[in-house]
Design a protein around this ligand. Structure first.
Ligand code: 5GP
Length: 190
């Protein structure tokens, strides 16, 4: 996706050989025009599937996932990472290790919003080691929902996420694939 690659090159900040900061357009300040285009791109890539829900994790996945849900005309569910007083009963949970925070967090989704009739598209901002995506798969499987595909805004192909998710046999689409962040330089593949 050219607009995304251009924005990454112009505004992305390489923090280390493995971390890209995208706070000025995805993770903190959010560019709505870019998000709209991301939603359209995921719709195009998964147009052959009858999706009933888009699922992501808070907070960085919400913006691209919401625009994707809008394109499909379905609801978005975001897994919570923090305890909530209003989210108490009938919870689906999965523990995931956060690559950027270096800590374990628990993804939580209420059973009220997902069931075995759902066909779910999983969306996240980054694919690194596949922890969040794996956690969202576990949550979906707990209710027997079908997973139609994985969509990532940015994939870092030098980390193990894709290899891990490929074992599920579920389609994976990434809008920008970064093969290296070495020496402060962003290198794309494809
Ligand atoms: P994974 O679950 O694939 O191990 O890591 C993906 C999650 O970690 C994403 O939800 C994202 O928020 C965060 N993440 C992983 N790598 C990066 C990165 O290079 N930059 C930023 N900003 N977040 C990342």
């Amino acid at each position: 996706m050219e607009l995304l690659k251009k924005t990454i090159l112009e505004k992305g900040i390489v923090l280390s050989d493995s971390i890209l900061k995208v706070d000025s357009f995805i993770n903190h300040q959010v560019n709505p025009v870019l998000m709209r285009e991301i939603g359209k791109e995921f719709k195009k890539l998964f147009s052959h599937v009858k999706i009933t829900k888009v699922l992501t994790a808070e907070s960085s996945g919400i913006a691209p996932a919401l625009m994707t849900a809008l394109e499909f005309g379905v609801d978005l569910i975001f897994a919570r990472k923090r305890q909530s007083l209003t989210l108490k009963d009938d919870l689906l949970t999965a523990e995931v290790f956060s690559f950027t925070k270096q800590e374990v967090t628990t993804l939580t989704v209420s059973r009220q919003h997902i069931d075995r009739s759902d066909v779910v598209l999983l969306i996240d901002d980054f694919l690194a080691n596949g922890e969040v995506a794996g956690g969202l798969v576990k949550v979906s499987e707990q209710v027997g929902a079908k997973i139609a595909g994985f969509g990532f805004v940015i994939e870092k192909t030098f980390q193990k996420g894709r290899a891990m998710l490929e074992k599920t046999g579920i389609a994976i689409e990434s809008l920008a694939r970064i093969s290296s962040l070495a020496n402060g330089k962003i290198t794309f593949i494809d």
